[in-house]
Design a protein around this ligand. Structure first.
Ligand SMILES: [Zn+2]
Length: 688
C-alpha cells in the first residue's frame, strides 16, 4: 500500500489500511471497529491528496498513463474505506455510526471538490484529450475514461477562474447545509403532524399488527391508551387504502399534505426558495441558463427539453386515465370522491372487478423459495450463474447472509450479501450497494455486492412470508445486484453500477419481469404448508389488474417530476422574484394540466426530499425515463423467447455486463438494433 504521508499515529492493526485477505476482498467485518473508520478516512484523504498533488505537479508532460491511469490508481485506502463504511452505514445506523457520518460527510464532500476543481489537473486532462493521435490510439474504454474525467470536471466548474471557483465552493457548501436542514425540518414536522387517535374503532380496516404498532407509537410519545399514526414520505399514506373511517382518512391526508407548510414551526418554504435561488446562481456561474440545464448536461437525457418532451407527451393521457378511474371509483363509492378517498375505493374496485386479493398470495411467497427457486433460478436460466451460501464468511451483522456467485464456466464472479429483515438500526426502504468494485487495473477480479430489504422479522420458528410488493422489490434490488456483479471493467471509474442516474434504474426494473414469468412463478410460488402451486385464477387476476390504477400512479409521479423540472427551469432573476412556494407550485401544475386536487403530486414542494435533499434535483424524471428502456427490453425478451441463456448472454454482453465503460445509449442500440420504442411504456401504463 503506498503511504506517501506515512503517519506515525496510524495504528498497525487497522484492517482498513490494507487490502482485505478474505475471498473476493470482502471487508474483514469481524475485525473492523467504529474507530477504525475515522482513522482510515483521515489517512485515506491525506494519502489521496498527496497522490493527486504528485499527479498535478508532475514536471513531465501529461500522458494517459501519468495522469488518467495515475488518478485511477490514487485513493485506494479512501475508496476501500468509503465502500465499507457507506455500504453498511444505512443498515447499522447506530449513534456511533451516525456521528461518524455527520462528521465526515462534509469533509469528504470538500475533499471531492478539491480534486474536481484542481486547475492543474484539469489542464493536464485537457491536454491528453486534445492530443488526437494519442486519443485515437487508445482502446475504447481508455478513451472514454479521458472523456468522462474531462466532462465531469467541466460540469463541476474546473474550468472557471479562481474567483468564480471561490463562489462555487461557497455555494456548494451552503447548498449542502440547506439540504441537511431540509431533511431535519421535514423529519421534525412529520413527527409534529403524526395523527393521534383516541378511539380504536376509528382504526377499523387496519391489521392487528398495524393497530398495535400505532398503540406503541402513542405510548412512546407519552399518549398511553391512544394510537398514533406516523407519517411516511409520499402524499398518499398506505393506511388510506384500508381505513374505513372517512373522517380519519381526511385528517391523515391533510397532515401528510401540510408538511413543511408556512404555518408550521418547522416550515421549509424559506429553505426551498433559497435552494432554488442558489442553484440558479450556480448554474449561471457554470454558464447555463438554469439549474436543470446544468444538472442534465451530464446525463443520458442531455437537455431539459428532451425530458419535458417525454413528460409532456405522457401527461395528457395520464390526465384522461385519471378521469376514467375516477368514474369507476365514484361508481363503486356512490358519492363524489375527495383526495383522501381515492386509495380506499381503488382497493375496493381492484377486489370487485379483478378479484385480486394480494393478502391471499402471501403463503405462496415464502422468502427462501422466492430467493432460491425464483430470483436465483431466473439468474441461472438467463446467465448460467450459480449461488452457494458461505457460512464461513462474516457479513457486517449476524443476520447478513453471504453467497458466493459463480459464472456458467465455473469462474468465481464475487459475493452476494443479503440483509433481508428490518431491525432498529436499519433505515427504511430497500437498496443495493457495492462493498468491493471489480476492476482489472487494481487486480480486483471480482465484486462484492449487497441487497437490503425491510421485511418484518417473523415470530420464532415461523417462515418469512413476503408480500406481493416485497417480492417485487426483492426482484428489483437483485437486478441492481446482478448489474454490480456482472460488470467487467478495466478502470474503477466504471465499476459496478457507476452509470448515469437516469440509466441506473433500468436493469433493476427489467429484472422485475421474471417475478410473474410463468416458468419462474411456477418454480417458486408454492404454498409453504400445503405445497400447492399458486392458483391460476390468482395469477390471472393479477395480470388483468396490472394496468388498473396506472392513471393515478402515473399522474402523481408526472406531477412531481414536472414540478421538479419547473423549479429548476428558472433563471436567477425569476428565482429572486419567486416569493411564494404554494403559488409557484399551483401555477406549475396548472401549466401542465395536472392541477387535479384529487390526485396531488407524489410530493409537494415543502416535503419533496428527493429534489431538495436527496440529490434528485431536476432528475426526478429518471424513473420513467429508465422505464422507456425497461419496457422496450421486456418486449425484446418476449419477442425472442423469454428466459433463455442466449437472451441472457446477449443482454449481458451489451448492457448488464459492461458497467459504465461504454456510452449507455450506444450500447442499448447494439443490444436492441434500434433506439428504445416508447410504445411499450405507453402500453404498459395504459397511455396509448
Ligand atoms: Zn432501484
Amino acid at each position: 500500500m503506498p503511504a506517501p504521508t506515512a503517519d506515525a499515529s496510524v495504528t498497525s492493526n487497522n484492517p482498513l489500511l490494507r487490502p482485505s485477505p478474505l475471498p473476493h476482498s470482502l471487508p474483514p467485518f469481524a475485525l473492523i471497529r467504529d474507530e477504525h473508520y475515522r482513522e482510515a478516512f483521515d489517512h485515506g484523504m491525506a494519502e489521496h491528496r498527496a497522490e493527486v498533488e504528485a499527479i498535478a505537479a508532475d514536471p513531465d508532460p501529461p500522458t494517459f498513463e501519468n495522469t488518467l491511469v495515475a488518478l485511477e490508481r490514487a485513493g485506494a485506502t479512501l475508496s476501500r474505506t468509503s465502500l465499507a463504511f457507506f455500504g453498511t452505514s444505512s443498515s447499522l445506523a447506530t449513534d456511533a455510526v451516525q456521528a461518524i457520518e455527520e462528521e465526515y460527510a462534509p469533509r469528504l464532500a470538500a475533499h471531492g471538490d478539491a480534486v474536481r476543481l484542481d486547475t492543474r489537473l484539469y489542464a493536464r486532462i485537457r491536454e491528453v484529450h486534445g492530443d488526437e493521435a494519442a486519443m485515437a490510439a487508445l482502446d475504447p474504454e481508455s478513451r472514454r475514461l479521458v472523456e468522462r474525467h474531462l466532462t465531469e470536471m467541466t460540469v463541476a466548474g474546473a474550468g472557471l477562474d479562481e474567483s468564480a471557483k471561490d463562489r462555487l465552493r461557497e455555494l456548494n457548501g451552503r447548498l449542502a447545509s440547506l439540504g441537511t436542514q431540509f431533511e431535519k425540518r421535514l423529519l421534525a414536522d412529520s413527527n409534529d403532524l403524526a395523527v393521534l387517535v383516541d378511539d380504536v374503532a376509528q382504526l377499523d380496516g387496519l391489521t392487528a399488527g398495524e393497530i398495535s404498532a400505532a398503540a406503541a407509537a402513542a405510548a412512546e410519545h407519552g399518549h398511553d391508551g391512544s394510537w398514533l399514526i406516523t407519517l411516511v414520505l409520499p402524499t398518499a399514506h398506505p393506511h388510506l387504502a384500508s381505513l374505513t373511517d372517512r373522517d380519519l382518512r381526511r385528517r391523515l391526508h391533510e397532515a401528510q399534505s401540510a408538511r413543511g407548510n408556512r404555518r408550521n414551526a418547522n416550515d421549509t418554504t424559506e429553505l426551498v426558495l433559497e435552494t432554488v435561488r442558489l442553484r440558479a446562481e450556480r448554474a449561471a456561474l457554470l454558464g447555463y441558463d438554469a439549474h436543470a440545464a446544468a444538472a442534465l448536461a451530464d446525463s443520458t437525457a442531455r437537455t431539459p427539453q428532451r425530458v419535458l418532451d417525454l413528460l409532456g407527451r405522457l401527461a395528457p393521457a395520464a390526465a384522461r386515465n385519471i378521469e376514467a378511474e375516477r368514474a369507476l371509483l365514484e361508481d363503486e363509492a356512490g358519492h363524489p370522491l375527495e383526495a383522501h378517498d381515492w386509495a380506499f375505493w381503488a382497493e375496493r374496485v381492484r377486489a370487485s372487478r379483478y378479484a385480486v386479493d394480494l393478502a391471499a398470495m402471501r403463503p405462496f411467497l415464502e422468502a427462501e423459495r422466492v430467493l432460491h427457486d425464483g430470483i436465483f433460478h431466473a439468474a441461472e436460466q438467463l446467465y448460467g450463474l450459480t449461488f452457494h451460501e458461505r457460512d464461513d464468511l462474516d457479513g457486517y451483522h449476524p443476520e447478513v447472509r453471504v453467497f458466493e456467485v459463480h459464472d456458467a464456466d465455473g469462474a468465481p464472479l464475487g459475493l452476494y450479501l443479503l440483509d433481508l429483515h428490518t431491525r432498529d438500526t436499519k433505515k427504511g426502504g430497500a437498496w443495493m450497494n457495492s462493498l468491493v468494485h471489480q476492476n482489472t487495473l487494481l487486480d480486483q477480479p471480482s465484486a462484492v455486492v449487497c441487497n437490503n430489504l425491510n421485511v418484518p422479522m417473523p415470530g420464532p420458528g415461523e417462515p418469512t412470508l413476503l408480500t406481493y410488493d416485497e417480492t417485487r422489490t426483492f426482484f428489483h434490488e437483485f437486478g441492481h445486484a446482478i448489474h454490480g456483479l456482472l460488470a467487467r471493467v478495466t478502470y474503477p471509474h466504471f465499476a459496478s453500477t457507476r452509470v448515469f442516474r437516469d440509466f441506473v434504474e433500468y436493469p433493476s426494473q427489467v429484472n422485475e419481469m421474471w417475478m410473474l414469468w410463468p416458468e419462474v412463478l411456477a418454480n417458486y410460488a408454492i404454498h409453504h404448508e400445503t405445497g400447492e402451486r399458486l392458483p391460476q385464477e390468482l395469477v390471472d387476476g393479477l395480470l388483468a389488474a396490472e394496468s388498473f390504477g396506472e392513471g393515478f400512479a402515473t399522474g402523481e409521479y408526472l406531477a412531481a417530476s414536472l414540478l421538479d423540472q419547473a423549479w429548476h427551469a428558472i433563471g436567477v432573476e425569476e428565482a429572486t422574484r419567486t416569493l411564494d412556494v404554494a403559488t409557484f407550485e399551483a401555477d406549475a401544475l396548472a401549466a401542465v394540466g395536472l392541477a387535479n386536487p384529487l390526485v396531488p403530486p407524489r410530493y409537494r414542494s415543502t416535503y419533496f426530499a428527493h429534489t431538495f435533499s436527496y440529490g434528485y434535483d431536476a432528475q426526478y424524471y429518471a424513473y420513467i425515463w429508465s422505464e422507456v428502456l425497461d419496457a422496450d427490453t421486456v418486449a425484446w425478451f418476449r419477442e425472442n423467447g423469454g428466459l433463455t441463456r442466449a437472451n441472457g448472454d446477449h443482454y449481458r454482453r451489451h448492457v448488464v455486463g459492461i458497467g459504465g465503460a461504454a456510452d449507455p445509449l450506444e450500447s442499448y442500440r447494439e443490444f436492441r438494433g434500434a433506439d428504445a420504442d416508447i410504445r411499450h411504456l405507453l402500453e404498459r401504463r395504459g397511455l396509448g
